[in-house]
Design a protein around this ligand. Structure first.
Ligand code: BGC
Length: 262
């Protein structure tokens, strides 16, 4: 991000693409907060690059029409649920396989007619939390774990994000972790909170052993239900929920434009 020009505007549009919904909002870059209501549209099925680009364009045009919108040609930040290397999607665990190899920056920049930068969705949430949320000012290793359709992860060390860390794809007990411990796995297997907490315990204990973090931060929609599972977890590492709850992805995506360094 260091080579990127600083956005002179104090606001930017952030978009978070998820398996079930695509959400966007205008973000105050100096406070790391949404200004006004967010816009949400169901993720199209199938969620092909062209179909998703249409929805993103619809959300951006709705936000751009607001009085508080950033300048018309202002850049847009996007959070996407896959490995993103230099704007190109390199995986597609929970999205249409046709995303693999797609230059997402180029696709959205062309469709929107304004500069777009994409980053991994959990990294976006991690960035937001490290700058303005539960991870602000925390030294050492902070791990932001998002529990949703999959499991996303962001590793921040002394405030610096290490991108594309995929802890949801760790193999634990012969299974890919997110297939057992994501929020959607809880629903699929109709688990009680007690049963689900056991699976989370297995995941977090293993990750704790591997990384010795200073703090775990939980993000994703399920962070709203933290009282149902957090008290059941027994870890040496403090564990808390993302300050911006489910909006961390939108905020972090937009923050790409308010930073001179990661
Ligand atoms: C993907 C990650 C993503 C996470 C949360 C995982 O399946 O591999 O890149 O961050 O889901 O959406």
């Amino acid at each position: 991000m260091s080579e990127r020009a600083l956005n002179p505007s104090p606001t930017a549009i952030g978009i978070d693409i998820g398996g079930t919904g695509i959400k966007g909002g205008i973000v105050d870059l100096s406070a790391g907060k949404l200004i006004g209501e967010r816009v949400r549209i169901d993720t199209p099925k199938p969620a092909t690059p062209a179909a998703v680009a249409e929805v993103v364009a619809q959300i951006v045009s709705e936000l751009a029409a607001r009085a508080e919108a950033p300048e018309a040609q202002g850049p847009v930040g996007v959070a996407f649920p896959a490995i993103i290397h230099r704007g190109v999607a390199r995986s597609a665990a929970n999205v249409d396989k046709s995303w693999i190899g797609t230059d997402v920056d180029a696709l959205f920049t062309e469709r929107l007619g304004r500069t777009v930068h994409v980053m991994n969705d959990a990294d976006a949430a991690g960035l937001a939390e490290a700058r303005f949320g539960a991870g602000e000012g925390i030294e050492g290793t902070v791990l932001v774990i998002t529990l949703g359709t999959g499991i996303g992860s962001a590793l921040i060390h002394d405030g610096v994000l290490v991108p594309n860390v995929e802890l949801g794809h760790l193999e634990i007990d012969s299974a890919v972790a997110e297939t057992r411990a994501s929020a959607s796995a809880r629903e699929r297997d109709e688990l009680s909170w007690k049963e689900y907490a056991k699976r989370l315990q297995r995941f977090f204990s293993h990750v704790e052993f591997l990384f010795s973090p200073t703090l775990f931060i939980i993000g994703g929609g399920i962070s709203k239900r933290a009282e149902d599972y957090l008290p059941r977890l027994s870890l040496d590492t403090p564990i808390t929920v993302a300050t911006s709850k489910n909006n961390a992805g939108i905020v972090g995506a937009a923050l790409q434009w308010g930073l001179s360094q990661p």
